[in-house]
Design a protein around this ligand. Structure first.
Ligand code: KIV
Ligand code: ZN
Length: 390
């Protein structure tokens, strides 16, 4: 039987660049170095460490990260102008593996109103930027900014030109998070067939309609071999596609994505998420997939009972697979049942006979009606009380 070849999907993390563009998420150099080291431990293929021309602080952080990180490619963003490309080239000069990521908008709305340039001039600028970037590095990525709203014929034309000039990755950002999965799939399919063997097709999906991750997965199915994303989905406006969700979807649904793998060590996902939340002060929403505080919490009695019998009843991912160390993911509240209550008490070291258990459980229910979350100390106090009353 012929086996299909395993293909690696490159994970390009832009937490330090697009993620930092999230309001209130600016980080100092020390913090950026800490994050870059964690991203390297996580196993990301490319770390977009910043936008060198944006500020001396950005340049300095990229330069320092370049000296520290050895197992991931370090990348700087640059607009398609000489000064930006030069700053990017110099900032990453000391990196063991380095990439310049240059971009220019390709949608009519951006070319006409923002750039005030004709399509021919846009192609010339893109080619010049890529050629100049190649004087610093071999690895050059070119992005058609606002690809989601660009004419595909024009993207083919500009891709031909920049590949000829030396670009090795063509990124197709859905800059304003406008597209639906089937549309991204069709665009990626057409572009990857068109550029086959000449460049890697990458996607960079924003989350304005909450579709960043779905669009990225559809892109993989249709030929994208690099996905750009951020930890906790941080990024401009509604953010970028979340790294942890893409990676865990690929892993959990290995039946669908049987021929694809990533280099991510998923056990470093939770530590990475916590580091970014602690540094930026931006907590993922409690019900955020994979890393939210409630992502592995089972509150209702029926769910808790199922979990106690077999975790697979309500859990599609094991917390330990993302590096979440929790012996017990059960949170007790007013919906909790007797089985979960008894199990929790056993974990706290209490073994009660039936009568004491029933009495404690009744008191627990009264407490839970008044108090949303019941902590271990509340339970200890309740049971100790029950025992002294008995
Ligand atoms: O969203 C976007 O288009 C970008 C580009 C600079 C890649 O962030
Ligand atoms: Zn972006």
């Amino acid at each position: 039987m012929r086996r299909n070849r395993m293909e690696t999907i490159k994970i390009f993390d832009t937490t330090l660049r697009d993620g930092e563009q999230s309001p209130g998420a600016s980080m100092n150099t020390e913090e950026k170095i800490q994050i870059a080291v964690q991203l390297e431990r996580l196993g990301v293929d490319i770390i977009e460490a910043g936008f060198a021309a944006a500020s001396p602080g950005d340049f300095d952080a990229i330069d320092k990260i370049s000296q520290k990180v050895t197992n991931s490619t370090v990348c700087s963003l640059a607009r398609a102008i000489d000064a930006d490309v030069k700053a990017a080239g110099e900032a990453i000069a000391k990196a063991k593996m380095k990439r310049i990521h240059t971009f220019i908008a390709t949608s009519s709305i951006h070319m006409e109103h923002k750039l005030k340039m004709k399509p021919d001039e846009v192609i010339k600028r893109a080619v010049r930027a890529v050629e100049y970037a190649r004087t610093f590095v071999d690895d050059v990525e070119f992005s058609c900014e606002d690809a989601g709203r660009s004419d595909i014929g024009f993207m083919k034309e500009i891709s031909d030109a920049v590949i000829e000039a030396g670009a090795t990755t063509i990124n197709l950002p859905d800059t304003v998070g406008f597209r639906l999965p089937f549309e991204i799939g069709a665009m990626v399919k057409e572009m990857s067939e068109y550029t086959k063997g000449r460049a890697i097709i990458s996607v960079h999906n924003h989350n304005d309609l909450g579709l960043g991750v779905a669009n990225s997965l559809e892109a993989v199915i249709n030929g994208a071999r690099q996905v750009e994303c951020t930890i906790n989905g941080l990024g401009e406006r509604a953010g970028n596609a979340a790294l942890e969700e893409i990676v865990m979807a690929l892993k959990t649904r290995s039946d669908v994505f049987a021929n694809y793998q990533t280099n991510i060590n998923t056990k470093e996902i939770y530590p990475s998420s916590r580091l970014i939340a602690n540094i930026t002060g931006i907590e993922p929403q409690p019900n955020k997939a994979i890393v939210g505080k409630n992502a592995f919490a089972h509150e209702s009695g029926i769910h808790q009972d199922g979990m106690l019998k077999n975790k697979e009843t309500y859990e599609i991912i094991r917390p330990e697979d993302i590096g979440l160390d929790m012996d017990d993911t059960l949170v007790l509240g007013k919906h909790s049942g007797r089985a979960a209550f008894k199990d929790k008490l056993a974990k706290l070291g209490f073994t009660l006979d039936d009568e004491a258990l029933n009495a404690s459980f009744e008191r627990f229910k009264i407490m839970a009606d008044k108090k949303k979350d019941i902590y271990d100390d509340d339970l200890r106090a309740l049971v100790t009380d029950e025992m002294t009353m008995a």
